[in-house]
Design a protein around this ligand. Structure first.
Ligand SMILES: O=c1ccn([C@@H]2O[C@H](COP(=O)(O)O)[C@@H](O)[C@H]2O)c(=O)[nH]1
Length: 273
């Protein structure tokens, strides 16, 4: 999906919601346990219930890898089921020396390799340029680089002063010499909203993937006020607060209600921007 297609979806759906498919088999409603692939059945129901309210889905790869080959199969089926007008994010946080990154990129981008063709993958910037550029070699695919993450440990390295900047600011400025806003997004935690206007000055046109509303307590209002751009510019993720809104037979209905609450607030922020 291109930059302008993504912006167009945000306008059309009046939403910059990204739903995190962090599907933990241990947390699924008990009535799904008799299904052949409970994870896929759950994801399918969540997608059916929310596709008109969200512009992106973000399966966190850890939840699938932890299931071995079965999880990989659930991931493939889920990715194929996501409607084509939704942006897809492999939240895998990869990055290694060049030839290894090349294989990670093939895994998530090249359908003929592992049977997956995501629009984007999250990448850790720590190993530098040659660890990131193999992902950028795929035309039309996106790198979402970790900049300022939502967890408390983000202070350990990302907030360290490097010259006259903090390390996450160096990541944001340097990475923009590798790719333009049509291929490069940054992860900024919703819990870091206080830094968003500074980040917007450094990256005025890049989309930001913002996890941390819902279960982590980040404020959608603060994020929207500081982060929205004329092109949208935000993908705000919620996972647990939507997926596990109910553990009963009404789980999809309750997930939709949670997503609808976020989308309704987003529509207001889009009007105010
Ligand atoms: O800084 C980051 C980067 C990634 N994540 C991921 O986003 C979701 C958040 O899930 P919630 O249940 O809505 O808290 C999850 O997959 C994280 O691994 C993040 O939270 N913060």
């Amino acid at each position: 999906m291109t930059y302008s297609e993504l912006s167009g979806q945000i306008v059309q759906k009046q939403s910059y919601l990204c739903i995190g498919l962090d599907t933990d088999p241990r947390k699924l409603p008990p009535h799904l346990s008799t299904e052949t692939d409970p994870v896929f059945t759950f994801n399918k129901a969540i997608i059916d219930a929310t596709a008109d309210l969200t512009v992106a889905y973000k399966p966190n790869i850890a939840f699938y890898e932890a299931q071995g080959p079965r999880g990989w199969e659930s991931l493939q089926k889920t990715l194929e089921y996501i409607p084509k007008n939704c942006f897809t994010i492999a939240d895998a946080k990869r990055g290694d020396i060049g030839n290894t990154s090349d294989l990670y990129a093939r895994t998530f981008f090249d359908q003929t390799a592992a049977g997956l063709s995501f629009d984007s993958v999250t990448v850790a910037p720590y190993m530098g340029r040659d660890s990131v550029t193999p992902f950028l070699a795929y035309e039309g695919k996106w790198v979402i680089l970790l900049a300022l993450t939502s967890n408390s440990g983000s202070a350990d390295f990302q907030r360290q002063q490097v010259g006259d900047q903090e390390l996450f600011e160096t990541v944001i400025t340097t990475a923009q010499t590798w790719a333009g806003p049509d291929q490069l997004m940054f992860v900024v935690g919703a819990t870091q909203a206080a830094e968003l206007s500074r980040i917007r000055e450094l990256a005025p046109d890049n989309f930001l993937l913002v996890p941390g509303v819902g279960a982590q307590g980040g404020s959608l209002e603060d994020v929207s006020r500081q982060g929205l751009t004329p092109n949208g510019g935000l993908l705000v993720n919620a996972s647990r607060s939507i997926l596990y809104a109910s553990n009963g037979t009404d789980f999809a209905e309750r997930a939709r209600a949670e997503a609808k609450t976020l989308q309704t607030e987003m529509a207001i922020h889009l009007t105010l921007r």
